[in-house]
Write a protein that binds this ligand. Structure first.
Ligand code: MSP
Length: 647
């Protein structure tokens, strides 16, 4: 038990439509925050759920010839299955159809009524009789007809209860002004202030035209309508009736995370209801932006609704989570595109993170028989890496406390880049050749393992599938979910003498299929001008590159230690190569020219710093060079030892 508590909520989702990537976005942000707070030592309560009542649901169920509860049960089971697949760590899932919620909503209604804030009046709206639905002027189609069936609507009135929202305008304004962080980001806060200043209408909170809802106490022909029911879920789940101790601990909520279009309900209606009941207001309403797809709003009619389940099938949950959290600045709209997703997976996950882990484990295996030995030396390069890690942890903590998820992930990415650079700077393969450098080599290996330990802990809120995998591959014992942020505040948490675990590739590189090339080209066309300029400066009109450009290519001599044809291909051969200090697997299109036996023992030239690529399911870590006159093809061979640098 901690004395620090954190209560975060997502909206409760309507079961009227299938959940799409936009809903997954919101829930993933809340999950990352909940996981971070647990890591930081808070007792966390993370709530999501489903908003099940209303006329639309009732009609949809009738169409299928089933009861509303049968209808929602099916859909809500789908929500829960999706959250599980996405590793959402919610502590509770509230369904508004549950009796625990009905009790609280009815009690709220009674109390607000007793206070004089609820009165009976008449609701006037535009009614579509065939659809049995009320619409507002703004919702009508371009001909002023029903937006669903496009038939005329008529103005009708029904008896309804109202909540005196207008009573609370002044108190609300005062609260928003006195609490600058009550509504975030500032743009939404400003919008809400002007909305209230224009004057508030009372809110209709009951309907008689359908009955799939919570009955109004003592007037059962009415059901409580939409927001009075939905918003109250946050209090029900916090234990308002069932668990007073929990309620004391977690209410008021720390953050209601919601999409920008429902900030108004959360920052005006909800606080007014709570004021009426003399309950404390939530500390913060955070309005995130909308996810658009390839630059367009998602909609069924455009056929561009992205199903998160299909994305998880294809790329895995962590890659999707990583993309959503890293790519989009919270509070702003963000674009989802397959190209951008694949780009991130390949660049950040397969290449930067994957290579750091792969290279580190490979070298510890090769040079130290899989044992992480103690670091007993420290030079400037080591000190710079350690200092960068300390700075990262501090920036991470303060950034996450302030919900700056994307900037924090970028900072983490910079550290991964720093650790990869540390390998190049320290050249462990050279240290390994010199017996006098054994201690320095051990230090480098230790610092790399320790960097990966820090990375695994810090990415755990974002990538809950990957973090424990890195942890286990480092040979760390204990459950990563039991560790707290303190364990990365000091350097040296990897126990010296620890044996690394089984190496496993985290994110194979994704090859873009041929038919997807045009999309990629489009993207390249749209690349920022600056990048294009830089490219131009590097390659002049004749296609000549500078010496600096050429130097970026790392060419090494490699010895073929094994070769095997890739089944069901004409040309592909899988080569196992040694560079002296490390072993690589490379796929090469030479099986029509050489037999496997001919290849073993050859000393060839390897492009060693090529981005890994997947060919027929095998990840190729580099490319061997061959000469061709258009007809014949021969590998370039040398008698220099494996590992030699080609200049
Ligand atoms: N049931 C209400 C919320 C009640 S909360 C007491 C509701 N449900 S919803 O299913 O329509 O939307 C739920 C959330 O999904 C909203 O916060 C909304 O902003 C979010 N999103 C819907 N489409 C979205 C995107 N394209 N992108 C990001 N979030 C989006 O409103």
């Amino acid at each position: 038990m901690s004395n620090k508590s954190f209560y975060i909520t997502t909206p409760i989702y309507y079961p009227s439509a299938k959940l799409h990537i936009g809903h997954a976005y919101c829930t993933t942000i809340a999950d990352a925050m909940a996981r971070f707070k647990r890591l930081a030592g808070y007792d966390v309560f993370f709530l999501t759920g489903s908003d099940e009542h209303g006329q639309k649901i009732q009609q949809a169920a009738e169409k299928e010839g089933i009861t509303p509860i049968e209808y929602v049960d099916k859909i809500v089971a789908g929500f829960q299955a999706l959250w599980k697949r996405l590793h959402i760590s919610n502590d509770d899932f509230l369904r508004t159809s549950e009796p625990r919620h009905h009790r609280v909503v009815q009690e709220f209604f009674r109390r607000a009524k007793a206070k004089g804030d609820v009165y009976k009046g008449e609701y006037t709206g535009l009614y579509c009789t065939p659809c049995e639905s009320y619409w507002t002027e703004l919702q009508l189609d371009e001909n002023g007809c029903c937006p669903d069936c496009h038939r005329p609507v008529e103005k009708v009135s029904e008896e309804a209860y109202f909540f005196k929202l207008s009573n609370y305008a002044d108190r609300l304004l005062k609260h928003i002004e006195e609490n600058p962080d009550f509504i975030r980001p500032t743009s939404r806060r400003n919008e809400m202030i002007s909305f209230i200043q224009r004057g508030l209408d009372d809110l209709c909170i009951s309907r008689t035209s359908f009955d799939w809802g919570i009955p109004v106490p003592d007037d059962e022909k009415h059901v409580i309508y939409v927001w009075f029911d939905a918003l109250t879920n946050y209090v029900t789940a916090a234990g308002f009736f069932d668990d007073p101790e929990k309620f004391r601990k977690f209410w008021p909520a720390d953050v209601h995370l919601v999409g920008k279009e429902i900030v108004r309900f959360h920052s005006i209606i909800w606080p007014a209801i709570l004021m009426s009941l003399d309950l404390p207001l939530p500390k913060q309403i955070y309005g995130h932006g909308w996810l658009i797809v390839d630059g367009d709003k998602m909609s069924k009619s455009k056929g561009n609704v992205v199903d998160p389940n299909l994305l998880i099938d294809e790329f895995g949950a962590d890659a999707i989570r990583y993309f959503l959290l890293r790519e989009i600045a919270l509070g702003q709209d963000g674009n989802f595109s397959r190209d951008a997703l694949i780009g991130r997976i390949n660049a950040d996950l397969a290449n930067d993170l994957g290579n750091l882990l792969h290279r580190t484990l490979n070298m510890i295996g090769k040079f130290q028989n899989g044992v992480i030995e103690d670091a007993t030396t420290k030079n400037e390069i080591d000190a710079a890496l350690i200092a960068d890690a300390a700075e990262l942890v501090a920036a991470y903590e303060s950034g996450m406390e302030n919900m700056e998820i994307s900037p924090v992930m970028k900072r983490l990415g910079a550290f991964i880049g720093r650790a990869n650079k540390y390998i190049d700077e320290t050249a462990p393969w050279a240290l390994a050749k010199d017996a006098a450098k054994k201690a320095e080599l051990a230090t480098v290996m230790y610092n790399l393992a320790e960097s990966l330990r820090v990375i695994s802990v810090l990415i755990s809120p974002f990538m809950p599938e990957t973090a424990p995998k890195i942890w286990a591959q480092l040979g760390m014992t204990g459950d990563i979910w039991d560790v707290r942020l303190d364990v990365v505040k000091a350097w040296g948490g990897v126990p010296a003498g620890q044996h690394i675990g089984q190496a496993e590739q985290l994110f194979p590189r994704i090859e873009v299929e041929k038919e997807e090339q045009p999309a990629k080209q489009e993207k390249q066309k749209a690349a920022p001008k600056q990048e294009k300029k830089a490219e131009k400066a590097e390659v002049n009109a004749e296609g000549v590159i500078t010496i600096d450009e050429f130097k970026k290519t790392e060419l090494r001599v490699a010895e073929v230690t094994a070769a095997e044809r890739v089944p069901k291909t004409d040309k592909l051969m899988k080569l196992t190569l040694t560079l002296g200090d490390e072993t690589r697997e490379v796929v090469s299109g030479i099986a029509d020219v050489y037999t496997a036996e001919e290849l073993v023992g050859k000393h060839v030239i390897l492009v060693a710093n090529l981005k890994p690529a997947k060919l027929r399911g095998i990840v190729s870590h580099g490319m061997v060079l061959a000469a061709s006159d258009g007809e014949r093809l021969r590998l370039i061979e040398t008698d220099m030892p494996a590992g030699s640098v080609v200049r």
